[in-house]
Unconditional design. Structure first.
Ligand SMILES: Nc1ncnc2c1ncn2[C@@H]1O[C@H](COP(=O)(O)OP(=O)(O)OP(=O)(O)O)[C@@H](O)[C@H]1O
Length: 457
């Protein structure tokens, strides 16, 4: 996840400096992760370290602030291999305006590179919103060119159309590594066509698109109004179709709603199966977040995922972005995950949510503060530290939630009189024991989402 923080920081930085500066200074920097709330960056030599401190510290802090860091911290480390006497960053800046050489058409072995490795069937959470599209994609993957051709998937932005298309590509390449899979956005198809016409390379263009086993075309609605591209795509389509090659198209709307699409193309798009993806339901959103967290090895409590899933309802890309924001916020401010922290991290982007504190929240926060597992606190251990943590948890639950004494007792597997005793014990110790008082105060602020700067008490 720290890699995601770093790429967001780089994105911010890049918008605020020149390309030459960026390539000179930022491209060689190594992200060393977030430690105790501080973003640690590896630089090549002490000169670079000084230069960063003098010239870019502010910018980096602003970048972290934009990700939710309240008190952004950046530190630099000179990377061991570079502790030579170099006084200047060793990568010369690239000439600013030399156009990149045009990539040659992908070869068989390059097939997989154009597919996003994350977009597989295994990583696709199936819910009522997408099960038909998923089943159709799977059927096509199993019998390409036979089940449904073309497969036309439509739905709003960020709902998984591209993911499903790539999943078919991965599936096919896994089973038949020699097959040719081509994934292209309608925009790139159009640009390729324009370049081919300009460079007099129509034969190569046609060979490239007409010799594939699986053609995936994203955002086909952009064919609207482009007559020459429609004409060329029509012939590509026919060539593939006649040879029983599979075609999958995605769009933000069904073929009948794509304006100025030639009738002969529209009818071809309707030959196979048209299926849609809707916005995911709450349970599917939670499952997607859970899978994402697991993939990134982030241990984040279920109730925090639930809060994020309630907040972002319609677009999965935004849902993933929200998770990332919460993770960045908590690591950059060095505070453990909680619903209050998540609500705060998201409050700049989404309408603020009233967060009702729940028993589990309190237990987890107390566990983090006292450095012991939640189950130990709820267990039957009689060690002094454990008993104290248990009493603090019961005290704070009583204060911060509407639960009754018997309910709290039940949560801890005890009766209400034990909870009463715990509450009076903590009240009595507060004021006498300054360490305990500070811990309870900090926990209380954290749970109410008021814990900003003072997080290391
Ligand atoms: N069912 C799902 N399970 C897991 N992740 C999903 C699911 N659906 C979408 N995603 C994730 O959501 C993000 C957006 O998905 P994708 O790019 O496929 O959307 P799209 O519908 O093609 O959007 P656009 O119209 O903007 O191209 C991706 O990171 C994708 O992995």
């Amino acid at each position: 996840m720290s890699q995601e923080i770093w790429s967001d920081v780089l994105g911010y930085v890049r918008k605020n400096i020149t390309e030459v500066e960026y390539h000179t200074w930022f491209a060689p920097v190594k992200n060393l992760g977030v430690q105790d709330g501080s973003l640690v960056l590896g630089v090549r030599n002490s000169f670079a370290q000084e230069w960063f401190r003098k010239n870019y510290l502010r910018l980096l802090e602003d970048a972290l602030r934009s990700l939710g860091a309240q008190d952004p911290q950046v530190s630099f480390q000179v990377l061991p291999a570079a502790q030579d006497a170099l006084l200047l960053p060793s990568d010369p800046p690239p000439p600013p305006s030399v156009p990149a050489p045009r990539a040659p058409a992908p070869t068989f072995t390059e097939n997989r590179k154009v597919l996003n490795p994350k977009y597989t069937f295994e990583n696709f959470v199936v819910g009522p919103n997408n099960n038909l599209a998923h089943a159709a994609a799977l059927a096509v993957a199993e019998s390409p060119g036979k089940a449904y051709n073309p497969l036309f998937i439509y739905g709003d932005v960020g709902l998984g159309k591209t993911h499903l298309m790539h999943a078919v590509g991965h599936y096919m390449l896994e089973r038949f590594p020699g097959k040719r899979v081509e994934y292209v956005s309608t925009e790139s198809f159009t640009n390729d066509l324009i370049n081919a016409i300009r460079d007099d390379k129509m034969t190569q263009f046609r060979n490239r698109y007409r010799s594939v086993d699986l053609l995936l075309v994203d955002d086909i609605q952009f064919l609207a109004g482009k007559e020459r591209t429609q004409e060329e795509f029509f012939h590509t389509f026919n060539a593939l179709y006649e040879n029983h090659k599979q075609i999958i198209l995605s769009s933000d709307r069904p073929p009948k709603d794509i304006q100025t699409l030639e009738g002969r193309l529209r009818s071809r798009f309707e030959w196979g199966l048209i299926t849609d993806i809707q916005s995911p339901e709450y349970e599917t959103r939670v499952a997607i977040l859970k899978m994402n967290a697991e993939h990134n090895r982030i241990d984040i409590p279920q109730e925090v995922l639930e809060l994020i899933a309630r907040q972002v309802t319609s677009n999965i890309r935004e849902l993933e972005g929200a998770l990332m924001r919460v993770v960045a916020f908590s690591s950059l401010n060095n505070v453990p995950f909680s619903r209050a922290v998540a609500a705060k991290a998201l409050s700049n982007v989404f309408a603020p949510q009233e967060v009702k504190v729940e028993m589990m929240d309190v237990l987890r926060q107390v566990a983090a503060q006292f450095n012991m597992p939640p189950d130990v606190i709820r267990g039957s251990g009689r060690v002094r530290e454990v008993v104290q943590a248990r009493q603090v948890a019961q005290y704070l639950i009583r204060e911060l939630t509407d639960h009754s004494l018997p309910e709290i007792g039940q949560f801890f597997g005890r009766d209400h009189s034990t909870v009463m005793h715990a509450i009076s014990k903590v009240s009595e110790q507060m004021g006498k024991d300054s360490e305990l008082t500070a811990a309870v105060d900090l926990l209380r602020r954290r749970m109410k989402g008021q814990d900003d700067e003072d997080s290391d008490a």
